[in-house]
Design a protein around this ligand. Sequence first.
Ligand code: AMP
Ligand code: ZN
Length: 113
Amino acid sequence: MDCIFCKIVAGEAPARIVYRDDLVTAFHDLRPAAPVHILIVPNRHVATLNDLTPADETWSGHLLETARRLAAEQGLTGYRLVLNVGAEGGQSVFHLHLHLVGGRRLQSHLGLA
Ligand code: AMP
Ligand code: ZN
């Protein structure tokens, strides 16, 4: 499958990996929207949140917990988590990913800006 995030998980494409375990991988976003911009992805290919099944509950909770821990490690007390779903939701890479964004004052409106 030609999925860039699967390739990153498999170590077949370059990325600045921050963390990885059996369920998830975290790496720096190529085009950061803030001083800290990390993507956390399930190691298993899941295109969008709409494709989740009950079998995915193990890693989906772990995704949030990983975000919380990485934010703490980065010294962030406030930050934003963004999960774009589908093209209409602004998703451009179709391997589910959670954006962890912080390190500057974020506006209160929705979005990464
Ligand atoms: P989204 O619009 O929610 O699908 O976000 C996709 C994100 O993936 C964007 O912020 C891109 O900058 C980022 N991105 C795309 N390709 C790569 C890559 N090879 N390594 C790291 N981040 C990437
Ligand atoms: Zn994938």
